[in-house]
Design a protein around this ligand. Structure first.
Ligand code: AMP
Length: 115
């Protein structure tokens, strides 16, 4: 996707503070952190949102949830204390970047319901 900012980050056309990367996924610090630790985990391939995932993405999403998120949380030292994982999807959820991204937030006490 030519105009997608997260595709550009995945292709290193835009700088990011990368905390994890492999063949299919990149994780980088959010530009406007909402917690002491705030990282975005994205698939490198362009997928607009959860709504556009297909059965071909099962391994990719499984990789993000079973391997990448726990690994990054551990490296950020928030695995034990706890953290929040958020995927904003669509307009009502205020998804602003139309490339699926998983927010990983930690390092402070979270509130519920989220604001
Ligand atoms: P969402 O509202 O769920 O679509 O979240 C998009 C997130 O992307 C926001 O938290 C932004 O601060 C973050 N963001 C936008 N552009 C960049 C960028 N170039 N590098 C890092 N984070 C970004």
């Amino acid at each position: 996707m030519e105009d997608c900012i997260f595709c550009k980050i995945a292709k290193k056309e835009i700088e990011s503070k990368t905390v994890y990367e492999d063949d299919t996924v990149i994780a980088f610090r959010d530009l406007s952190p909402q917690a002491p630790e705030h990282v975005l985990v994205i698939p490198k391939k362009h997928v607009k949102s959860i709504n556009e995932l297909t059965s071909e993405d099962t391994a990719l999403m499984g990789h993000i949830f079973t391997e990448v998120l726990p690994k990054v949380a551990k490296e950020l030292n928030i695995a034990e204390g706890g953290y929040r994982v958020v995927i904003n999807t669509g307009e009502d959820a205020q998804q602003t970047v139309k490339h699926l991204h998983v927010h990983l937030l930690g390092g402070r006490k979270m509130t519920w319901p989220p604001g």
